[in-house]
Design a protein around this ligand. Sequence first.
Ligand code: KG4
Ligand code: ZN
Length: 334
Amino acid sequence: MKILSLESSCDETAAAVVEDGRLVLSNIVASQVEEHKIYGGVVPEIASRRHTEAVSGVVKSALDEANCTLSDIDAVAVTYAPGLIGALLVGVNYAKGLCMATGLPLVPVHHLRSHIASNYITHPELKPPFLCLVVSGGHSHIIEVKDYTSFKVVGYTHDDAAGEAMDKAARAMGLPYPGGLNLDRAAKGGNPSAYKMPHPRVDGAPYDFSFSGLKTAALNIINSANQKNEEISVKDLGASYISAVVRCLTENTEKAAIDLGYKTIALAGGVSANSVLREEMQSLCSKHGWKLYAPDLKYCGDNGAMVGAQGYYEFLAGHTAGLDLNACACMSIE
Ligand code: KG4
Ligand code: ZN
Protein backbone atom coordinates (compact mmCIF):
# COMPACT_ATOMS: atom_id res chain seq x y z
CA MET A 1 0.00 0.00 0.00
CA LYS A 2 1.44 3.39 -1.04
CA ILE A 3 0.63 6.46 1.06
CA LEU A 4 1.23 10.04 -0.02
CA SER A 5 1.84 12.01 3.17
CA LEU A 6 1.98 15.71 4.03
CA GLU A 7 3.45 17.58 6.99
CA SER A 8 3.11 21.33 7.66
CA SER A 9 2.76 21.66 11.44
CA CYS A 10 5.61 24.16 11.93
CA ASP A 11 8.24 25.54 9.55
CA GLU A 12 8.87 22.61 7.21
CA THR A 13 6.65 21.92 4.21
CA ALA A 14 7.12 18.20 3.64
CA ALA A 15 5.68 15.39 1.56
CA ALA A 16 6.63 11.76 1.02
CA VAL A 17 5.53 8.50 -0.51
CA VAL A 18 5.86 5.53 1.85
CA GLU A 19 5.07 1.90 1.08
CA ASP A 20 3.51 -0.34 3.74
CA GLY A 21 4.57 1.99 6.55
CA ARG A 22 8.25 1.07 6.31
CA LEU A 23 9.72 1.75 2.88
CA VAL A 24 10.40 5.39 2.00
CA LEU A 25 10.04 5.89 -1.76
CA SER A 26 10.53 9.66 -1.55
CA ASN A 27 10.88 12.29 1.17
CA ILE A 28 10.88 15.98 0.24
CA VAL A 29 11.35 18.71 2.85
CA ALA A 30 11.23 22.43 2.03
CA SER A 31 12.63 24.20 5.08
CA GLN A 32 11.81 27.81 5.95
CA VAL A 33 14.69 28.06 8.46
CA GLU A 34 16.58 30.80 6.62
CA GLU A 35 13.56 33.06 6.58
CA HIS A 36 12.69 32.62 10.28
CA LYS A 37 16.35 32.98 11.33
CA ILE A 38 16.23 36.79 11.11
CA TYR A 39 13.42 36.82 13.72
CA GLY A 40 15.16 34.32 16.03
CA GLY A 41 12.22 31.89 15.89
CA VAL A 42 9.24 30.75 13.84
CA VAL A 43 6.78 33.51 12.87
CA PRO A 44 3.44 31.66 12.47
CA GLU A 45 1.96 33.98 9.82
CA ILE A 46 5.07 33.71 7.65
CA ALA A 47 5.11 29.93 8.12
CA SER A 48 1.51 29.62 6.84
CA ARG A 49 2.23 31.77 3.79
CA ARG A 50 5.36 29.83 2.87
CA HIS A 51 3.52 26.50 3.25
CA THR A 52 0.84 27.77 0.87
CA GLU A 53 3.49 28.70 -1.69
CA ALA A 54 5.50 25.48 -1.32
CA VAL A 55 2.95 22.72 -0.84
CA SER A 56 2.04 21.99 -4.51
CA GLY A 57 5.68 21.81 -5.61
CA VAL A 58 6.70 19.65 -2.65
CA VAL A 59 3.88 17.16 -3.29
CA LYS A 60 4.72 17.03 -7.00
CA SER A 61 8.40 16.39 -6.21
CA ALA A 62 7.47 13.63 -3.73
CA LEU A 63 5.36 11.88 -6.41
CA ASP A 64 8.02 12.36 -9.12
CA GLU A 65 10.86 11.08 -6.95
CA ALA A 66 8.82 8.00 -6.04
CA ASN A 67 8.09 7.47 -9.75
CA CYS A 68 4.39 7.66 -9.00
CA THR A 69 1.33 9.50 -10.16
CA LEU A 70 -1.76 9.95 -8.00
CA SER A 71 -3.22 6.82 -9.60
CA ASP A 72 -0.50 4.72 -7.90
CA ILE A 73 -1.42 6.10 -4.47
CA ASP A 74 -3.79 4.25 -2.10
CA ALA A 75 -4.36 6.89 0.61
CA VAL A 76 -3.37 10.43 1.62
CA ALA A 77 -2.09 10.98 5.17
CA VAL A 78 -1.70 14.41 6.74
CA THR A 79 -0.56 15.90 10.04
CA TYR A 80 -3.68 17.49 11.55
CA ALA A 81 -2.59 18.13 15.18
CA PRO A 82 -0.90 19.50 17.25
CA GLY A 83 1.01 22.46 15.81
CA LEU A 84 0.63 26.01 14.51
CA ILE A 85 -3.00 26.17 13.47
CA GLY A 86 -2.53 28.26 10.31
CA ALA A 87 0.38 26.06 9.24
CA LEU A 88 -1.52 22.79 9.86
CA LEU A 89 -4.52 24.07 7.91
CA VAL A 90 -2.44 24.40 4.74
CA GLY A 91 -1.49 20.70 4.75
CA VAL A 92 -4.95 19.56 5.86
CA ASN A 93 -6.76 21.58 3.19
CA TYR A 94 -4.35 20.47 0.48
CA ALA A 95 -4.80 16.82 1.49
CA LYS A 96 -8.58 17.25 1.52
CA GLY A 97 -8.42 18.75 -1.98
CA LEU A 98 -6.41 15.76 -3.22
CA CYS A 99 -8.89 13.33 -1.67
CA MET A 100 -11.88 15.19 -3.05
CA ALA A 101 -10.38 15.13 -6.55
CA THR A 102 -9.27 11.48 -6.48
CA GLY A 103 -11.65 9.77 -4.05
CA LEU A 104 -8.65 8.48 -2.05
CA PRO A 105 -9.11 7.86 1.69
CA LEU A 106 -7.90 10.66 4.01
CA VAL A 107 -5.85 9.61 7.04
CA PRO A 108 -5.34 12.17 9.83
CA VAL A 109 -2.05 11.74 11.73
CA HIS A 110 -1.07 13.11 15.16
CA HIS A 111 2.33 14.85 14.97
CA LEU A 112 3.90 13.07 17.95
CA ARG A 113 2.66 9.68 16.76
CA SER A 114 4.47 10.35 13.48
CA HIS A 115 7.67 11.35 15.29
CA ILE A 116 7.56 7.97 17.06
CA ALA A 117 6.96 6.28 13.66
CA SER A 118 10.20 7.80 12.33
CA ASN A 119 11.75 4.80 14.11
CA TYR A 120 9.74 2.34 11.97
CA ILE A 121 11.30 3.63 8.75
CA THR A 122 14.78 3.59 10.29
CA HIS A 123 14.48 0.19 11.98
CA PRO A 124 12.31 -2.24 9.98
CA GLU A 125 12.41 -4.79 12.81
CA LEU A 126 11.03 -2.44 15.51
CA LYS A 127 7.53 -3.29 16.73
CA PRO A 128 5.56 -2.07 19.76
CA PRO A 129 5.48 -2.35 22.71
CA PHE A 130 8.32 -0.03 23.72
CA LEU A 131 8.94 3.07 25.80
CA CYS A 132 9.60 6.26 23.83
CA LEU A 133 11.16 9.56 24.89
CA VAL A 134 9.60 12.13 22.56
CA VAL A 135 11.50 15.40 22.68
CA SER A 136 10.72 18.19 20.22
CA GLY A 137 10.41 21.96 20.16
CA GLY A 138 6.96 21.81 21.74
CA HIS A 139 6.88 18.52 23.68
CA SER A 140 8.85 16.43 26.16
CA HIS A 141 7.00 13.23 26.85
CA ILE A 142 7.80 9.74 28.07
CA ILE A 143 5.27 7.56 26.28
CA GLU A 144 4.33 3.92 26.52
CA VAL A 145 3.84 2.80 22.91
CA LYS A 146 1.53 -0.11 23.63
CA ASP A 147 0.68 -0.69 20.00
CA TYR A 148 0.96 1.23 16.71
CA THR A 149 -2.10 3.32 17.58
CA SER A 150 -2.28 2.91 21.36
CA PHE A 151 -0.27 5.26 23.58
CA LYS A 152 -0.05 6.23 27.24
CA VAL A 153 1.77 9.37 28.41
CA VAL A 154 3.60 8.58 31.65
CA GLY A 155 5.76 11.71 31.90
CA TYR A 156 5.51 15.24 30.53
CA THR A 157 6.99 18.69 31.03
CA HIS A 158 5.38 21.14 33.44
CA ASP A 159 6.80 24.17 31.61
CA ASP A 160 9.24 24.42 28.66
CA ALA A 161 9.85 21.55 26.27
CA ALA A 162 13.43 20.28 25.99
CA GLY A 163 13.82 21.76 22.47
CA GLU A 164 12.34 25.07 23.57
CA ALA A 165 14.75 25.18 26.53
CA MET A 166 17.66 24.46 24.15
CA ASP A 167 16.48 27.14 21.70
CA LYS A 168 16.03 29.85 24.36
CA ALA A 169 19.38 29.20 26.05
CA ALA A 170 21.14 29.07 22.67
CA ARG A 171 19.63 32.42 21.72
CA ALA A 172 20.82 33.96 25.01
CA MET A 173 24.31 32.64 24.22
CA GLY A 174 24.17 34.53 20.92
CA LEU A 175 23.68 31.47 18.70
CA PRO A 176 21.39 31.72 15.67
CA TYR A 177 18.08 29.91 15.17
CA PRO A 178 17.63 26.90 15.14
CA GLY A 179 19.18 27.07 18.59
CA GLY A 180 19.19 23.40 19.59
CA LEU A 181 21.22 22.29 16.59
CA ASN A 182 23.66 25.21 16.84
CA LEU A 183 24.08 24.69 20.59
CA ASP A 184 24.85 21.02 19.99
CA ARG A 185 27.57 22.03 17.50
CA ALA A 186 28.99 24.91 19.59
CA ALA A 187 29.23 22.76 22.74
CA LYS A 188 31.25 19.95 21.10
CA GLY A 189 34.35 19.32 23.19
CA GLY A 190 33.20 21.70 25.96
CA ASN A 191 33.50 20.88 29.66
CA PRO A 192 30.08 19.75 30.98
CA SER A 193 31.14 20.47 34.59
CA ALA A 194 32.45 24.00 33.92
CA TYR A 195 29.22 25.70 35.01
CA LYS A 196 27.07 24.50 37.88
CA MET A 197 23.50 23.78 36.80
CA PRO A 198 20.50 22.86 38.95
CA HIS A 199 18.91 19.43 38.63
CA PRO A 200 15.17 20.12 38.59
CA ARG A 201 12.76 17.42 39.70
CA VAL A 202 8.97 17.52 39.96
CA ASP A 203 7.70 16.55 43.43
CA GLY A 204 5.64 13.38 43.43
CA ALA A 205 5.99 12.91 39.65
CA PRO A 206 9.25 11.04 39.02
CA TYR A 207 8.83 10.85 35.24
CA ASP A 208 7.84 14.51 34.72
CA PHE A 209 10.16 17.32 33.61
CA SER A 210 10.65 21.00 34.39
CA PHE A 211 13.20 22.86 32.29
CA SER A 212 12.37 26.51 33.00
CA GLY A 213 14.66 26.65 36.08
CA LEU A 214 17.58 25.35 34.04
CA LYS A 215 16.95 27.99 31.39
CA THR A 216 16.82 30.71 34.10
CA ALA A 217 20.09 29.41 35.59
CA ALA A 218 21.81 29.75 32.19
CA LEU A 219 20.36 33.25 31.71
CA ASN A 220 21.57 34.29 35.19
CA ILE A 221 25.11 33.09 34.41
CA ILE A 222 25.10 35.06 31.15
CA ASN A 223 23.62 38.25 32.69
CA SER A 224 25.95 38.18 35.68
CA ALA A 225 28.99 37.76 33.39
CA ASN A 226 27.75 40.66 31.23
CA GLN A 227 27.42 42.91 34.29
CA LYS A 228 30.97 42.09 35.36
CA ASN A 229 32.29 42.41 31.81
CA GLU A 230 33.45 38.81 31.97
CA GLU A 231 33.66 36.47 28.97
CA ILE A 232 31.38 33.45 28.82
CA SER A 233 32.64 30.27 27.21
CA VAL A 234 29.74 29.28 24.98
CA LYS A 235 31.46 25.92 24.47
CA ASP A 236 31.60 25.17 28.20
CA LEU A 237 28.27 26.76 29.15
CA GLY A 238 26.63 24.97 26.23
CA ALA A 239 28.15 21.65 27.29
CA SER A 240 27.09 22.18 30.93
CA TYR A 241 23.57 23.14 29.89
CA ILE A 242 23.09 20.26 27.44
CA SER A 243 24.47 17.85 30.01
CA ALA A 244 21.92 19.10 32.60
CA VAL A 245 18.98 18.79 30.18
CA VAL A 246 20.11 15.35 29.03
CA ARG A 247 20.56 14.19 32.64
CA CYS A 248 16.88 14.97 33.36
CA LEU A 249 15.79 13.17 30.18
CA THR A 250 17.87 10.04 30.75
CA GLU A 251 17.21 9.75 34.50
CA ASN A 252 13.44 9.95 34.14
CA THR A 253 13.42 7.56 31.19
CA GLU A 254 15.52 5.11 33.23
CA LYS A 255 13.08 5.30 36.18
CA ALA A 256 10.05 4.82 33.94
CA ALA A 257 11.62 1.89 32.07
CA ILE A 258 12.55 0.11 35.30
CA ASP A 259 9.18 0.73 37.01
CA LEU A 260 7.10 -0.20 33.95
CA GLY A 261 9.32 -3.09 32.86
CA TYR A 262 10.43 -1.88 29.41
CA LYS A 263 13.65 -3.20 27.88
CA THR A 264 13.13 -1.60 24.49
CA ILE A 265 13.57 2.18 24.44
CA ALA A 266 13.17 4.61 21.54
CA LEU A 267 13.94 8.28 21.00
CA ALA A 268 11.92 10.59 18.77
CA GLY A 269 11.47 14.29 17.90
CA GLY A 270 13.84 17.05 16.81
CA VAL A 271 15.92 16.88 20.02
CA SER A 272 16.58 13.17 19.42
CA ALA A 273 19.21 14.45 16.94
CA ASN A 274 21.22 15.77 19.89
CA SER A 275 24.59 14.03 20.00
CA VAL A 276 24.90 14.02 23.80
CA LEU A 277 21.38 12.66 24.29
CA ARG A 278 22.05 9.84 21.82
CA GLU A 279 25.36 8.94 23.51
CA GLU A 280 23.98 9.09 27.05
CA MET A 281 20.87 7.09 26.20
CA GLN A 282 23.05 4.50 24.49
CA SER A 283 25.27 4.10 27.55
CA LEU A 284 22.21 3.92 29.83
CA CYS A 285 20.69 1.18 27.65
CA SER A 286 24.00 -0.70 27.40
CA LYS A 287 24.36 -0.57 31.21
CA HIS A 288 20.96 -2.25 31.65
CA GLY A 289 21.17 -4.55 28.62
CA TRP A 290 18.26 -2.66 26.99
CA LYS A 291 17.91 -2.09 23.25
CA LEU A 292 17.90 1.55 22.08
CA TYR A 293 16.31 2.73 18.85
CA ALA A 294 16.81 6.26 17.51
CA PRO A 295 15.63 7.68 14.19
CA ASP A 296 18.12 8.27 11.40
CA LEU A 297 19.21 11.93 11.69
CA LYS A 298 17.28 12.86 8.54
CA TYR A 299 14.03 11.68 10.18
CA CYS A 300 14.51 13.39 13.59
CA GLY A 301 13.16 16.78 12.51
CA ASP A 302 9.77 17.26 10.87
CA ASN A 303 9.36 15.30 7.64
CA GLY A 304 6.70 13.66 5.51
CA ALA A 305 8.04 10.09 5.61
CA MET A 306 7.24 9.68 9.31
CA VAL A 307 3.65 10.80 8.59
CA GLY A 308 3.38 8.17 5.86
CA ALA A 309 4.72 5.51 8.25
CA GLN A 310 2.23 6.31 11.02
CA GLY A 311 -0.52 6.92 8.45
CA TYR A 312 -0.21 3.29 7.33
CA TYR A 313 -0.90 1.98 10.82
CA GLU A 314 -3.73 4.51 11.37
CA PHE A 315 -5.28 3.34 8.08
CA LEU A 316 -5.01 -0.33 9.11
CA ALA A 317 -6.73 0.59 12.39
CA GLY A 318 -9.59 2.16 10.40
CA HIS A 319 -8.72 5.72 11.42
CA THR A 320 -9.77 7.64 8.32
CA ALA A 321 -11.55 11.01 8.18
CA GLY A 322 -14.21 12.71 6.10
CA LEU A 323 -13.68 15.88 4.10
CA ASP A 324 -14.89 17.84 7.14
CA LEU A 325 -11.54 17.08 8.89
CA ASN A 326 -10.27 20.11 10.79
CA ALA A 327 -6.81 20.92 12.15
CA CYS A 328 -6.25 21.24 15.92
CA ALA A 329 -3.49 23.28 17.60
CA CYS A 330 -3.50 21.12 20.75
CA MET A 331 -4.33 17.44 21.07
CA SER A 332 -3.21 14.63 23.36
CA ILE A 333 -1.42 11.73 21.70
CA GLU A 334 -3.71 9.30 23.53
O1 KG4 B 1 10.42 17.85 16.11
P1 KG4 B 1 10.90 19.18 15.68
O2 KG4 B 1 11.63 19.29 14.38
O3 KG4 B 1 9.72 20.21 15.65
C1 KG4 B 1 8.69 20.16 16.60
O4 KG4 B 1 7.81 19.29 16.47
O5 KG4 B 1 8.79 20.97 17.56
O6 KG4 B 1 11.84 19.71 16.85
C2 KG4 B 1 12.45 20.95 16.77
C3 KG4 B 1 13.34 21.13 17.98
C4 KG4 B 1 13.90 22.54 18.08
O7 KG4 B 1 13.69 23.01 19.40
C5 KG4 B 1 15.37 22.33 17.78
O8 KG4 B 1 16.21 23.26 18.39
C6 KG4 B 1 15.59 20.94 18.33
O9 KG4 B 1 14.45 20.23 17.93
N1 KG4 B 1 16.82 20.32 17.81
C7 KG4 B 1 17.88 19.99 18.56
C8 KG4 B 1 18.85 19.46 17.69
N2 KG4 B 1 18.35 19.47 16.43
C9 KG4 B 1 17.10 20.01 16.52
N3 KG4 B 1 18.06 20.11 19.89
C10 KG4 B 1 19.24 19.68 20.36
N4 KG4 B 1 20.24 19.17 19.62
C11 KG4 B 1 20.10 19.03 18.27
N5 KG4 B 1 21.06 18.50 17.54
ZN1 ZN C 1 8.01 17.85 15.21
